[in-house]
Design a protein around this ligand. Structure first.
Ligand code: AMP
Length: 612
């Protein structure tokens, strides 16, 4: 049986899983981590860095690293979209030749589907190392509210990465599968999935391996980043000196540093009752750093972010309403996504449903595990799991007055189809164009425009004689097909939606070839040597993390006790860390091992002198 994998292609993190001897399990990353940060960077020398390596690059060159680009996949480029991204992210978005969105990294404009493909390639490499053979089949998950265009672009990313998509599955559905199958659950479940950049709520009925989605709701622009930004604003308030603040907010690398500090504090205050913030922000090295010291208590954090959590609960209510259920009819609440580790969210969800949420499956891993379960089912055709999903967002056509005539409503069970009759606007008209839109607004402009149905070569007759039956069909995974039957001629025509932002054959093929070459180059190294290098790199990474912690503490001591010596050591340490980072990124195994030994000795010496 060829191996199959499940991939959670997340906004913040990705994960890959498979099923071994009937049990779903996560495939560890080559670097030892369980998750792959959804980051792709291009170094100055043009080399690609992905995941953890890209995170390191982000600290020094944030504009060269694409993160959270899932927010832009399958979208059309508009100046407004680029301006909004500019406020949120340090990288620049530019328009592609198909009006698709591209990210400009180190002078190259990369299509968003290529960025996703690079992440998929990385996960595929991890899976191939795990199986020690080629892996080509995957179930990939997408947010439940992804439009047809976003799904098409995700498929395109898989194609570039050389993966055959067994099926695209909605993320909350996949998560529920992980819970359902692992624990034999039957009943109504609500999946609360709050990640770094997106929020999804799904209500499902699960019974003996049958998963029926009753409703979905969510916000693709709401997630952990919004909580971090609240903290960023609070932290900025600590920089009272106006010129320093201006210097800080104008410097992208420093703002990025501040965001990381905020995210770190959020995670820390979710585990302990307070988080100490002690750092030096470095807007531009010539004018010196800006020290930032503070204490964040859990109570204060919870007060700051309460409006955000209340907003999340409103979306929960919306999903319940659409599923025609009240809280008491939900048998299990499943928490998914890294943000559900925030205690306040858990408490509010528990209070809302008057029951403790189910946290038996790791919130970061549930989606990939569920996708793997489904992939194995599809490959083995055991059919133990029957997946019944619903339409994520309403599909319709634009009619007179800029309004929308819905053909298939949100939450209709898949697969489904719907037919509507159209007439040409006037007698003798030979071409009819019908804009197709997806979204919940009654006004066409407020929805996503999927494209236009162009009905051409119509016979010149009276308009009333031209009854055109337009049929929208969605398959089991929500892919749209459109056909038109001309009652006058009896002709049936499949119509393609012309404005998907797909790259098109030639570019996709070229990018796929590039990905294959990249994977081959990665695989050409001797596997034992690769494993040893990975092991060494992981050890060095651990030492660098400890050194960073120590460096922060030394800065703190230096400031509190005004100790010049501690400050000098901290500065030396900063230089050593910088050099260590470089070796971690680019060094050979021997170099990595040599530097690790040196730094371990330094760490032991410093820790000894701190405690002694
Ligand atoms: P995801 O997109 O599901 O990987 O979730 C990522 C989000 O979860 C980010 O905003 C993280 O900061 C947040 N997160 C991850 N771990 C924790 C934690 N232990 N405590 C609080 N937030 C976390």
């Amino acid at each position: 049986m060829p191996p199959s994998i499940g991939i959670d292609l997340g906004t913040t993190n990705c994960a890959v899983a498979t099923v071994v001897k009937g049990q779903p399990r996560l495939i560890e990353r080559a670097t030892g981590q369980r998750l792959l940060p959804s980051l792709v960077g291009i170094r100055e020398d043009g080399a690609r860095v992905v995941g953890e390596e890209a995170r390191l690059l982000m600290e020094t060159m944030p504009e060269a690293v694409a993160h959270a680009t899932k927010r832009f996949i399958g979208q059309r480029w508009t100046p407004e979209l680029a301006a909004r991204a500019r406020l949120l992210y340090p990288y620049q978005l530019v328009a592609g030749p198909h009006d698709d969105v591209r990210v400009k990294l180190a002078g190259q404009a990369l299509p968003i589907s290529q960025i996703s493909a690079m992440l998929l390639s990385e996960l595929r490499l991890d899976a191939e190392e795990f199986f020690d053979r080629e892996v080509t089949q995957a179930v990939i998950t997408v947010p439940a509210n992804f439009t047809d265009a976003q799904r098409a672009a995700t498929r395109e990313a898989a194609e570039i990465a050389g993966l055959k998509v067994l099926r695209l599955v909605n993320e909350p559905t996949a998560a529920a599968m992980a819970f359902g199958l692992a624990h034999g659950f039957s009943g109504n479940a609500l999946v609360f999935d709050l990640g770094g950049g997106t929020f999804d709520v799904s209500v499902l009925r699960i019974d003996k391996g049958v998963f029926e989605v009753l409703a979905t709701a969510g916000d693709p622009y709401f997630g952990g980043d919004d909580f971090d930004n609240v903290l960023v604003q609070w932290l900025l308030g600590h920089v009272t000196d106006e010129p320093s603040r201006e210097r800080l907010t104008k410097d992208r690398a420093a703002v990025q540093q501040l965001k990381l500090v905020a995210e770190h504090a959020k995670c820390e205050v979710s585990q302990a009752m307070f988080a100490r913030i002690s750092t030096v922000l470095m807007p531009d090295s010539k004018q010196g750093g800006i020290p930032l010291e503070s204490m964040l208590t859990r109570t204060f954090f919870e007060n700051l972010v309460r409006p955000k959590t209340e907003y999340a609960l409103k979306i929960v209510e919306q999903a319940l309403n659409e599923a025609n259920l009240d809280q008491s009819q939900v048998d299990s609440v499943l928490l998914v996504g890294g943000m559900t580790r925030v205690p306040l969210l858990r408490q509010l969800v528990a209070a809302h449903f008057r029951k403790e949420p189910d946290v038996r499956v790791d919130p970061d891993e549930a989606v990939a595990l569920g996708a793997a379960i489904h992939a194995a089912e599809l490959v083995e055709k055991g059919g133990k799991t029957l997946l019944l999903d619903v339409v994520g967002s309403t599909l319709g056509v634009q009619v007179a007055g800029g309004l929308v005539k819905p053909l298939i409503s949100r939450n209709t069970m898949l697969p489904c189809s719907s037919t509507e009759i159209f007439y040409p606007g006037r007698d003798g008209q030979t071409v009819v164009r019908v804009p197709v839109v997806q979204g919940e607004s009654a006004r066409a402009v407020e929805n996503v425009r999927l494209g236009e149905l162009a009905l051409e070569d119509l016979a010149e007759t009276l308009r009333r004689e031209h009854e055109l039956h337009v049929t929208f069909s969605l398959d089991t995974e929500g892919q749209l097909a459109v056909s038109v039957t001309d009652q006058h001629s009896g002709q049936v025509k499949a119509v393609t939606i012309d404005q998907r932002t797909n790259l098109g054959g030639a570019e996709t093929t070229a990018l796929a070839q590039r990905e294959t070459a990249h994977r081959k180059a990665q695989q050409s190294a001797d596997p034992a040597e690769r494993r040893a290098t990975r092991h060494a790199r992981r050890a060095l990474h651990g030492v660098l993390v400890s050194l960073r912690r120590l460096q922060r503490e030394l800065f703190h001591v230096a400031k509190e006790a005004d100790q010049a010596e501690a400050k000098a050591v901290a500065v030396t340490l900063a230089e050593a860390i910088k050099a260590g980072d470089e070796v971690e990124r680019t060094g050979s195994r021997e170099e990595i091992e040599k530097v690790t030994t040196r730094l371990v000795l330094a760490l032991q010496h410093l820790s000894g002198s701190q405690t002694g």
